[in-house]
Design a protein around this ligand. Structure first.
Ligand code: HSE
Length: 426
């Protein structure tokens, strides 16, 4: 039986779950995969939290693990881009395979790390970095490797999906829902990464790189989170036949790859609309295989640890086979700005005085900017300022930006107008 020696760096929520899962599944993995996975070294900032899970000595020196002679695979679960980057660089230079859940690191420094891995004849496994337990990396890299992608988009952050679900179903406020998500171990250590869409942006940049076999740098993405959303937007969207989801979207346009993250009105009958709580989903459209979606738990210690362990089994079995991920660069990154390029429909919520001429002024400015209105809603029971909700037909993003900057200057507008894009025709 092949023995694979593992050095674990970082033993927080995911790391401690991994130790337990390895123990529980040891025999099954030996029988099924002819693989004996042995953790031989651990480094964590807080050894006392995992002392009860293991017999081996626990160090606080993360970097030393990457150069140990008796380690074949380094599992990096530190997170962030500082110590993690040093650990991964050192491991690769020492010709050790790396398994990581670190989307920020790969999204920001993946280019140089995959190159370094290639030069040293080792691999980087990152199934756990995108959408937790969902095997989307392998689905894109292997299962759909014969396909040309038109679009890939998804619900890629469990925390924000949990918050949106609870705000809708339980009528919780935003703060309560975030606190529960943090208590359940879904959130990043800095929750702004979740709620401002940065975590989802890291993930969609990795998926897009793989789907299009091209570089899709994180720095190129336009990102909006959910912190500006209010309960009224969630309820009003539902009455219009939509559910708001934070989507990471990457598609091929005439100019190249266009990748972005923003809250989106998804029709209730679209499969993405029914992905609830901390679940994630990735929806894709390809030329050859058509459309499909994979869904499952995208956050939480045990689901994420299950993906780390799957990578350990996979890379442990393959060790020393080379695999260069980003090879072709088939598509350029779109040079045009999203505003010039992208046509969208929008949900607009104006907070306005209820007096003559307001609606006609809003309609005039929208019309002047080539935006056609599809529906208008105002509830008679509301007190001033009232919410006027307009759903539009398609127009350029730049036309919306121009209109809203004009409309928001009017004295009858009492709050910055909320604009949420509708899901494009997928
Ligand atoms: N904070 C992330 C989420 C965890 O909420 O999805 C998994 O990346």
């Amino acid at each position: 039986m092949k023995q694979i020696r593992i050095g674990l760096v970082g033993a927080g929520v995911v790391g401690s779950n991994l130790l337990q899962l390895l123990e529980k599944n040891r025999q099954t993995i030996q029988t099924r995969n002819q693989l004996d996975l042995q953790v031989v070294a651990i480094a964590t900032r807080t050894p006392s939290k995992i002392q009860h899970l293991t017999q081996i000595p626990i160090s606080t020196d993360a970097k030393s693990i990457a150069s140990r002679e008796d380690v074949d695979i380094v599992v990096e679960l530190v997170g962030g881009t500082e110590i993690a980057s040093e650990v991964v660089h050192s491991a690769l230079k020492n010709k050790k395979a790396v398994v990581t859940a670190n989307k920020a690191l790969l999204s920001e420094k993946g280019d140089e790390l995959f190159q370094l891995a290639f030069e040293n004849g080792v691999e980087i496994g990152y199934e756990a970095a995108v959408a937790g337990s969902i095997p989307i990396i392998r689905t894109l890299r292997d299962g759909l490797s014969s396909c040309e992608f038109e679009v890939i988009c998804g619900i890629l952050n469990g925390t924000t999906n949990f918050i949106l679900t609870k705000m809708e179903e339980e009528d919780w406020d935003y703060g309560t829902a975030l606190k529960v998500a943090q208590d359940l171990g879904f959130a990043e250590s800095d929750p702004t990464f979740d709620v401002e869409g940065i975590d989802a942006a890291h993930k969609i940049s990795l998926l897009a790189s793989l789907a299009y076999r091209s570089k899709v740098p994180f720095s190129n993405l336009k990102v909006e989170g959910i912190s500006k959303l209010k309960s009224i937007d969630i309820q009003a969207s539902k009455s219009l036949g939509y559910r708001i989801k934070l989507l990471g979207i990457s598609k091929i346009t005439n100019g190249g790859i266009l990748t972005k993250v923003h809250p989106t009105l998804v029709p209730l009958n679209h499969p993405l609309a029914n992905v609830m709580n901390e679940s994630n989903a990735v929806f894709y459209k390809t030329v050859e295989a058509g459309a499909g979606m994979v869904t499952g738990k995208g956050a939480g210690g045990l689901p994420t640890a299950s993906a780390v362990l799957a990578d350990l089994i996979y890379y442990g079995s393959r060790i020393r086979i080379q695999d260069k991920i980003l090879e072709n660069n088939s598509y350029p990154i779109s040079k045009k700005s999203r505003e010039q390029e992208n046509k969208v429909r929008n949900y607009l919520r104006f907070s306005t005085l209820d007096k003559p001429g307001v609606l006609s002024e809003i309609a005039r400015i929208l019309g002047k900017n080539d935006i056609s209105i599809a529906s208008v809603q105002q509830k008679e029971s509301e007190k001033e300022p009232v919410n006027v909700i307009v759903v539009t037909h398609e127009s350029n993003e730049g036309n919306f930006a121009q209109s809203l900057s004009e409309i928001d200057k009017a004295s009858f507008i009492k709050e910055k107008t909320v604009a949420i894009r509708l899901l494009e025709n997928l």
